[in-house]
Design a protein around this ligand. Sequence first.
Ligand code: ATP
Length: 144
Amino acid sequence: MAFPGIPTSLTLEIVTPDRALVTEQVDEVELPGSGGYFGVLPGHAPLLASLQVGELWYRKGQEKYYLAVAFGFVEVLPDKVTVLAQIAERAEDIDQRRAEKAKARAEERLTPPHKPDLDFERARVAMMKSLIRLQVASRARTRA
Ligand code: ATP
């Protein structure tokens, strides 16, 4: 049922420093926010959140589309979600072998004995990004 004044879809925009990756009319979005994953349906209350490393999906009808995202900001309005992400990759654009290699490097760095100059936070972020890329890439395969 449509209620006057309540939007029935969302405009989703996903922008990175290099490009506008997504501009679409969608029915639902789920994103990794600072307080955990949260979902947005049309008519959501306005909010501003920071974006963490994680999987973002959006739904158009019955079809879901997955992206790996990392760091940035999300602005939610009742009829629009704007994602300004440092990194955003569609599932089908993820190079799985590259992500496997990044994961192996991060694992090696994080496994004791640690090198004295280990940047633990950097290694932890690299590990998370590689794991999310692998998770999102596997979504592309299961949908095909
Ligand atoms: P790597 O160690 O493999 O370079 P990284 O996590 O250091 O990975 P980022 O700094 O996150 O890489 O990203 C640099 C650029 O490379 C970004 O544009 C990002 O979208 C792209 N990129 C990184 N890894 C992949 C991947 N596995 N598949 C597709 N694009 C990737």
